[in-house]
Design a protein around this ligand. Structure first.
Ligand SMILES: NC(=O)c1ccc[n+]([C@@H]2O[C@H](COP(=O)([O-])OP(=O)(O)OC[C@H]3O[C@@H](n4cnc5c(N)ncnc54)[C@H](O)[C@@H]3O)[C@@H](O)[C@H]2O)c1
Length: 295
């Protein structure tokens, strides 16, 4: 595998994460093709990037020339196969569905050049299970970006058993070039971020169940006592309680059935359709003005 600098990238999936990843890769000087199933999804992604950049210029955070040049480096296509043929980097950001990711990765393996770095933005799926879709999994790595990618500083680099040291090095250099901070994590369920975040979130739910304190006070404990920008229950509402439950079940199955078992309160709230911000109620009531305590 060659180690030429990354000049062209393809991002597959123009949704919440894909368009943000395309933005920061283009800002770093790469030409980027943003791919999705339909042109309207691509157009929406590209227009969100334009809005992000223009907001950045208005706030004095993004230089006017950087904004203009970044937009010139971005293109969209529904033909990912052709776009991948000349790419040095391909990142998939399609929904968290193992079979879908296997199909997309198999296309990446078939169409991307032999030198290309192949990455997944999965937030929970084991890479070892996905790597089987690729003819050369030594070039495969996890680049776990956070939402929104143009604001959040962390990228979790997930290293599968099959990933070569050279691929880890290229990914580390890429993350530095994007202006982000990396952590390097072995391919274990929940990586570092989801596992730690969930452990605190589940404990906070158990404390609420036991009547230790109100949701607002449990959150305030971490916000004011530990300088977390947001307490664990508010954060769970923001992520979505159904999403948290899914990760809890995965980690209970894969890591520890007691530590990561979903608390009764979480199961009940998901059953009742109280999923957090997206349904207007979870541990808080979510209105246009933000979260309000229920008590
Ligand atoms: N949303 C988050 O906060 C977040 C944070 C970190 C990581 N992730 C991970 O990022 C990935 C994407 O999540 P998202 O929230 O951006 O999803 P999303 O649903 O917002 O976007 C996914 C996009 O992929 C497109 N797509 C589906 N199948 C495709 C295909 N075969 N080819 C091309 N495009 C296809 C969809 O049309 C959609 O536009 C998931 O693996 C998720 O776990 C999400």
């Amino acid at each position: 595998m060659g180690t030429r600098a990354i000049q062209q990238a393809v991002i597959i999936g123009a949704g919440t994460m894909g368009h943000g990843i395309a933005q920061i890769v283009a800002m770093s000087g790469c030409r980027v093709v943003l791919c999705d199933l339909r042109q309207e999804f691509i157009d929406k992604g590209l227009s969100l990037i334009r809005k992000n950049l223009e907001k950045g210029v208005a706030r004095g955070k993004v230089d006017k020339d950087v904004c203009r040049e970044t937009l010139l480096r971005l293109a969209g296509s529904v033909d990912a196969a052709t776009a991948m043929a000349t790419a040095d980097l391909v990142v998939e950001a399609v929904p968290e569905d193992r079979d879908l990711k296997l199909r997309v990765l198999s296309e990446m393996g078939r169409h991307a050049g032999a030198h290309a770095l192949l990455a997944t933005n999965t937030s929970s799926l084991p890479l070892s299970g996905l790597a089987s879709a690729l003819p050369d999994p030594s070039r495969f790595i996890g680049l776990h970006f956070f939402n929104p990618p143009h604001i959040m500083r962390l990228v979790e680099i997930v290293v599968a058993r099959e990933t070569s040291p050279e691929t880890v090095e290229r990914a580390t250099q890429l993350v530095a070039r994007l202006g982000k901070d990396a952590i390097v994590v072995r391919d274990v369920p929940g990586f570092a971020t989801s596992r730690l975040g969930l452990a605190i979130g589940l404990e906070a739910m158990r404390m609420l169940e036991e009547g230790v304190a109100s949701a607002a006070h449990i959150d305030r404990a971490m916000e004011l006592g530990y300088n977390h920008p947001m307490g664990p229950l508010k954060l769970s509402d923001l992520v979505g309680l159904d999403v948290r439950l899914g990760i809890s079940r995965t980690l209970a199955r894969e890591l520890d059935p007691v530590r990561f078992a979903p608390p009764e309160i979480l199961l009940r709230m998901v059953r009742e359709g109280r999923l957090g911000k997206k349904t207007g109620e979870g541990f808080y009531r979510w209105t246009g003005d933000g979260p309000e305590p229920l008590e």
